[in-house]
Design a binder for this molecule. Structure first.
Ligand code: ZN
Ligand code: FE
Ligand code: FE
Length: 192
């Protein structure tokens, strides 16, 4: 029987997985940017794309610092998140609702990455891989900042304007105000 793998082996494995995830994201982020109507949202995705390209290079430095070959291993987790993002983009939503949905998709990816880098930093620290820990922490900070920026855009207007659009139709109908009342609005807003 082969010798049991160690935390160091698991660490290298996770690094390969994350390297692949970042590469997948460099292909997905331009699509999120292109689908955005809000210019600040588009810029947020575009600037995170640039950061992500830097993160790919940073992971290459991590592999080098550990004397490991640079190699990726297919990341199923991020592939699934990207797949869900693609189905959202195929939906026929109004512009601001689509923006709200793109933020939701983007934040799923950021949180996945935050989980991955949080683990990688902790493991690198535990094993005394100081250089790797420092580099991984830099990326973790960027992911957290990207997530915060998306929250800021959602809560700073995009969600509210999507919510307003969700209720504007029924407000335009005169009978809704006369006979409909809250029950009718509730029924209407529940339709697909
Ligand atoms: Zn180690
Ligand atoms: Fe990333
Ligand atoms: Fe990210």
């Amino acid at each position: 029987m082969a010798e049991a793998g160690t935390l160091h082996d698991a660490f290298i494995d996770e690094l390969r997985d994350t390297y692949d995830a970042e590469k997948q994201l460099t292909k997905a982020l331009p699509k999120l940017a292109k689908a955005s109507s809000n210019s600040k949202l588009r810029q947020a995705f575009e600037s995170h794309l640039e950061e992500t390209q830097g993160q790919v290079e940073r992971l290459e430095q991590v592999f080098e610092s550990l004397g490991e070959k640079v190699r990726g291993k297919h990341c199923d987790g991020i592939a699934g998140i990207i797949e869900e993002g693609k189905s959202i983009m195929e939906e026929d939503f109004d512009d601001t609702t689509m923006d709200a949905c793109l933020i939701a998709a983007g934040q799923r990816a950021e949180h996945y990455e935050m989980a991955a880098y949080g683990t990688l930093v902790a493991w690198a620290q535990a094993m005394g891989h100081a250089e790797a820990a420092k580099l991984l922490q830099q990326t973790l900070d960027e992911e957290k900042a990207a997530d915060k920026k998306l929250s800021g855009l959602a809560e700073g207007g995009i969600n509210q304007s999507a919510a307003d659009a969700a209720h504007s139709e029924e407000d335009e109908e005169p009978e809704a105000a006369v006979a409909g009342g809250p029950r009718k609005s509730a029924a209407k807003s529940g339709r697909r």
